[in-house]
Design a protein around this ligand. Structure first.
Ligand SMILES: *Cc1c(COP(=O)(O)O)cnc(C)c1O
Length: 494
């Protein structure tokens, strides 16, 4: 049976999976969601014998039903190959009472690689299926990790161009260096005078700009999005929750059917939404634990039913989670609103005009599987420090936000359910914050100097992705104001 995708804001906009991947965002600003969440059709025992790639096929075939087996396997095999530094792709590491699902073994050492290494292949395949002649222009706003992972995925891919906007003071030095050294004539990296939300709003405006769309079409281009709102990002992220479960089962850590909890350090709500989809496919997940940093909009939302972005934007040491508008939350809101596009659209309209919305008591009832909490900057540092002292295992700042929240959850509930923590970045990517948390005297040294020290104390080799950028020349120097973004795009595509 063909699975269709519908806009969260307009029940009459229905497309195939490949069309949803190509469009990214629905007309009128809605997000595409599957009309139902398919159930897994292989047993947990069978899954426990599968490789990452085989698991990916079993999950993705249920969502991308207009792809042939050959097409999908081809995409999977091109994505999850030697770009990853381990054959397991996403290994589980046990430390201090939790399983860390390491999602950072791809080419940019952060979890965005899990989806962005496959998205270009899904997109090109989708373009072919839909007889698209235009080149595809990927337009992305990034708070740090998405940008580089998208650049790495799309660089040099024929028939595509990619333009990445980042907040010029809102990413780590290593994140910035990774992006501005990007090679590939089809790539452009631009710093903006503004924060991530402004960058994202600027990109959304361009997607909605009909004049710009016509102009590009005449020149043989069309926009698409690599942001986490694209269904082609979301679906590959479901895979690693299924894989994590099957690894626990294969290694006799749990029995088939036994429930696990997952803890996800959350920004745009894409990663945890994928876990929610996995649960709804039948994977035995009990609690979905949503961890925020000091930008704790989501914690407040789960506590009160009010989503309110009217607050100070805080720059933290977990910059990929410094977000006040969690775009993917809309997919959950749509679902708990009974898949009512009108009700959802009204709430999103209120978010646009008032900066806030409140859900009904009935909708709150449907959120019982979620638990939200946050870690302060101080708690995050303490978590890194204590875990290292206790076990020798070093985690990055984002993962530490999640580990800290897991500690709070356990203290509050006493719940001993086996728990998987999504480990979303390599500590090497945030070497300074991580090393300073371990020992404050490292604060004097710069990120790059600390990388070798981190390697020494963690007994982990310096990742290839970090080695590479140490010597690479800067290729992208453009900085612009938020309102100049469309002009920068026009100039690049001339
Ligand atoms: C993007 C990112 C997150 C947040 O993930 P969302 O899917 O946006 O919630 C957390 N940690 C790291 C390292 C990231 O790059």
């Amino acid at each position: 049976m063909e699975l269709q995708y519908v806009s969260t804001r307009d029940a009459s906009e229905v497309v195939s999976a490949s069309q949803a991947i190509l469009k990214g965002l629905a007309n009128g600003g809605g997000l595409f969601v599957p009309t139902f969440i398919p159930k897994m059709d292989v047993s947990l025992e069978d899954l426990s014998k599968m490789t990452y790639q085989q698991t990916a096929y079993e999950v993705m075939k249920l969502f991308l039903t207009d792809f042939t087996k050959e097409e999908l396997e081809n995409c999977i095999n091109r994505a999850y190959d030697a770009k990853f530094d381990t054959e397991e792709i996403a290994p589980l590491v046990y430390a201090d009472g939790a399983y860390y699902l390491e999602l950072f073994h791809g080419s940019t050492i952060a979890f965005k690689d899990m989806a962005l290494s496959i998205l270009p292949h899904l997109m090109i395949t989708s373009a072919r299926k839909n007889q698209i002649k235009n080149d595809i222009v990927i337009l992305t706003a990034t708070s740090g990790d998405t940008g580089k992972a998208a650049l790495a995925g799309f660089a040099g891919v024929e028939g595509t161009k990619i333009i990445v906007f980042y907040p010029k003071d809102g990413v780590s030095p290593i994140q910035k260096q990774q992006m501005v050294t990007q090679t590939g004539d089809n790539t452009l990296v631009v710093g903006i005078d503004g924060n991530f939300d402004q960058a994202q709003t600027g990109v959304k405006k361009m997607f909605a700009d009909e004049d710009l769309k016509k102009e590009l079409d005449a020149a043989g281009y069309q926009f698409s999005s690599a942001n986490s709102i694209n269904i082609g990002r979301l679906v590959p992220q479901i895979v690693y929750y299924v894989y994590a479960y099957s690894r626990l089962l294969a290694n006799d850590k749990i029995k088939a059917g036994e429930s696990i909890n997952v803890v996800v350090p959350t920004g745009n709500f894409g990663n945890i939404l994928a876990a929610f989809y996995a649960k709804n496919m039948g994977l035995p997940i009990a609690k979905l634990i949503c961890a925020s940093n000091e930008n704790k909009v989501l914690f407040d939302f789960f506590r009160t039913g009010v989503y309110d972005k009217n607050r100070e934007f805080i720059l933290t040491n977990s910059p990929s989670m410094d977000i006040l508008i969690s775009s993917n939350l809309e997919r959950l809101i749509y679902r708990i609103a009974g898949e009512d596009a009108k009700a959802n659209a009204a709430l999103m309209q209120s978010l646009t005009t008032e900066g806030r919305y409140e859900i009904t008591p009935q909708m709150r009832q449907a959120l019982q599987d979620f638990y939200g909490n946050y870690s302060s900057e101080e708690e995050t540092g303490q978590t890194i420090h204590d875990l290292y002292e206790k076990t020798g295992y070093v985690i990055d700042t984002h993962t530490a936000v999640a580990a800290g929240v897991y500690g709070k959850y356990k203290a509050e509930t006493g719940d001993e359910t086996p728990t998987v923590i999504a480990s979303t970045a390599s500590p090497f990517k945030f070497a300074k914050s991580v090393m300073t948390a371990i020992d404050a005297s490292y604060a004097k040294e710069d990120d790059f100097a600390l990388i070798d020290k981190l390697s020494e104390i963690s007994r982990v080799e310096v990742p290839r992705a970090v080695e590479e950028i140490r010597s690479a020349p800067v290729r992208h120097k453009t900085i612009c104001a938020v309102d100049q973004m469309p002009q920068v795009v026009r100039d690049f595509l001339k």
